[in-house]
Design a protein around this ligand. Structure first.
Ligand SMILES: [Zn+2]
Length: 103
């Protein structure tokens, strides 16, 4: 068996993993990323919810709560974050999807 060289892991501290935090665009609270829902803008400029967290594109985060989506919608925070207009139908579809996800 080949002996592996010993590597000093200076860049890997044995601390507990830091939980990635993101800010909700609705209530502006910092929350663990996995408690939030990602809203993604694809390079084609389509906005949609990303419930799997795997869609490619620019992301923004909101709580898994339709109330936060409504707040973000009212304050146009998603528009600001993505620097584009978002149609009412897109908001409605996202809200519906969020409501379905909650159950
Ligand atoms: Zn929120």
């Amino acid at each position: 068996m080949r002996k592996l060289p010993k590597i000093r892991q200076n860049n890997m501290p044995m601390k507990t993993k830091k939980i990635p935090m993101r800010m909700c665009l609705g209530c502006s609270e910092m929350k663990p990323k996995k408690e939030l829902v990602r809203v993604v803008k694809t390079k084609e400029g389509e906005i949609s919810l990303d419930l799997t967290g795997k869609k490619a594109g620019r992301g923004a985060y909101i709580c898994a709560d339709a109330e936060c989506l409504r707040k973000a919608r009212k304050a146009k925070r998603l528009e600001k974050s993505f620097a584009c207009r978002i149609d009412d139908e897109i908001y409605d579809a996202m809200e519906k999807e969020l409501n379905a996800n909650e159950q």
